[in-house]
Design a protein around this ligand. Structure first.
Ligand SMILES: [Zn+2]
Length: 280
């Protein structure tokens, strides 16, 4: 993705120098906290990424960012800026109001949010409580090294996906789905989450189409590959399990790729109505 000349978003809260100072004493409540975040939906690829560290590697002292971290932060701020341009234009057409962009919180290791504490193992997630999304930039390395989802546009897709959850929140879809999830059984709640997640993938495709002039050779493939590698069936299989469809919360690899493509090919957010789709 060519981001030269793209301004950096100012909606960035960079907590990485704090090294997760608030995280002291996380320990045993970590799992509980992760569940609390998951409860809100919009948490991505968490449960199968165990042992990513984070907790226990923390110091409370302030530190300097590495060059790689600085680059990752600048890249993320550039991508975020493109989402602000795209949704700033598209959102008023579908919602009849102006787009209020989310804040991107960059953290390293652990941090806290109104949706619970986050650790590196949490994976990126959006918290409707403060309308921020949380990203440990080390996740990009995890994607490359552990998930087989390398490439700058794979990372950009992850950011666009989290922003898409914010778009869903602004549209009133996310609160409605979260409310409904509480009223139904686990299997049905999971099925609703899948529709929410596939819609976020489709909206990411709409964004990708809108920034297609910045794409370099192989970029689109990087996003599609990432969508494939973080499909529930693939994650479960790679964790040595037999895929259990009733536990899926994000959709299969095939579904995630296809809904991203639906958004990309149409360039139209109205094509992303996964909730009315007869077939996902
Ligand atoms: Zn998601």
């Amino acid at each position: 993705m060519r981001l030269r000349g793209v301004r950096k978003s100012r909606n960035v809260e960079d907590r990485r120098k704090m090294s997760g100072g608030k995280g002291a004493g996380l320990g045993g409540v970590g799992l509980l906290v992760v569940l609390a975040v998951g409860y809100f939906a919009g948490i991505d690829v968490t449960p199968l990424l165990e042992g990513q560290g984070g907790i226990g590697q923390q110091s409370t002292a302030s530190r300097e960012l590495t060059e790689a971290e600085q680059r990752e932060g600048e890249f993320a701020a550039g991508v975020l800026s493109t989402t602000e341009q795209v949704w700033g234009q598209v959102f008023p057409q579908i919602a009849d109001k102006a787009y209020q962009p989310p804040v991107m919180v960059l953290y390293s290791g652990v941090t806290s949010s109104p949706c619970g504490n986050a650790s590196g193992a949490t994976g990126p997630f959006y918290c409707p409580g403060d309308e921020k999304f949380y990203l440990d930039t080390a996740f990009f390395t995890t994607m490359r090294q552990k998930l087989g989802a390398g490439g700058d546009f794979a990372a950009a897709y992850v950011i666009a996906h989290e922003v898409a959850h914010h778009v869903q929140n602004e549209l009133g879809i996310l609160p409605k789905v979260n409310q409904r999830r509480q009223a139904v059984g686990q299997t049905e709640a999971n099925a609703l989450t899948v529709r929410l997640e596939l819609q976020a993938d489709c909206l990411s495709g709409v964004w990708a189409r809108a920034v297609s002039s910045t794409l370099e050779r192989g970029d689109l493939q990087e996003a599609l590959n990432a969508a494939k590698q973080i499909g529930d069936d693939t994650l479960q299989r790679n964790a040595g399990r037999v895929p259990q469809p009733h536990t899926f919360t994000h959709g299969t690899s095939e579904q995630r790729q296809r809904w991203f493509s639906v958004g990309y090919k149409s360039g139209d957010a109205n094509s992303c109505d996964t909730f009315s789709a007869a077939r996902l």
